[in-house]
Design a protein around this ligand. Sequence first.
Ligand code: DX5
Ligand code: ZN
Length: 222
Amino acid sequence: MKNKICPSMMCADIFDLKNIVSVFEKTNIDYLHIDIMDGCFVPNYTLGTDYCRMLKEHTAIPLDIHLMINEPENKIDWFPIDEKDYVSVHCESTNHLQRALSRIKEKGAKAMVALNPATPLFAVENVLDDIDAVLIMTVNPGYAGQKLIPSTLKKIKSAREFLDSRGYKDIEIEVDGNVSFENAVKMKNAGANMFVVGSSGIFKKEFSLEEGIERFRMAVKS
Ligand code: DX5
Ligand code: ZN
């Protein structure tokens, strides 16, 4: 499965967005990861619908929209999404997970279920036919700059084994939270192939964005 790099746009300097996106285009970045928070499901606000729309107008890089909002099934239409994009919904955020996933599919996009660190894997068991990927949160969602929760590494491995044993080898595994160069290697070895890279990965003061991307690619060998 191809390794995909998904920079976390909440970690990108909004005043330098034009240059940042152009670096992503030149370096063939796979997806732009956009964190949408509603102050209820998670205790923070970040990016929103206009931000997604603006990115869509300025770049052809597909979006990876991470919805950390309650009742996502009623809000999917608010977002500008098409067949190239991923949209993830947290199973903890809705009583109607299957409905939320089928709304995403109706719009032609790829659907992903996100799991908080404490949520057991079997929460995805009955929606395997409705998803293209599982997002394993490796920190509790809400903030950048947190430390990896070590038990999530085992969870990635169990998720890969679980998906393969059920005959869902094509379902991808995304990881989000403290995806540093070092942690990314462990995550990849456990079975992840989509990496949300933020403040602990490519967005660092010590090196340029280009260098960060290069170093990340070397680490996960993609
Ligand atoms: C939350 C976010 C964060 C963050 C990732 O969903 O996606 O996990 O931006 O970057 P780090 O953890 O490296 O700051
Ligand atoms: Zn995220």
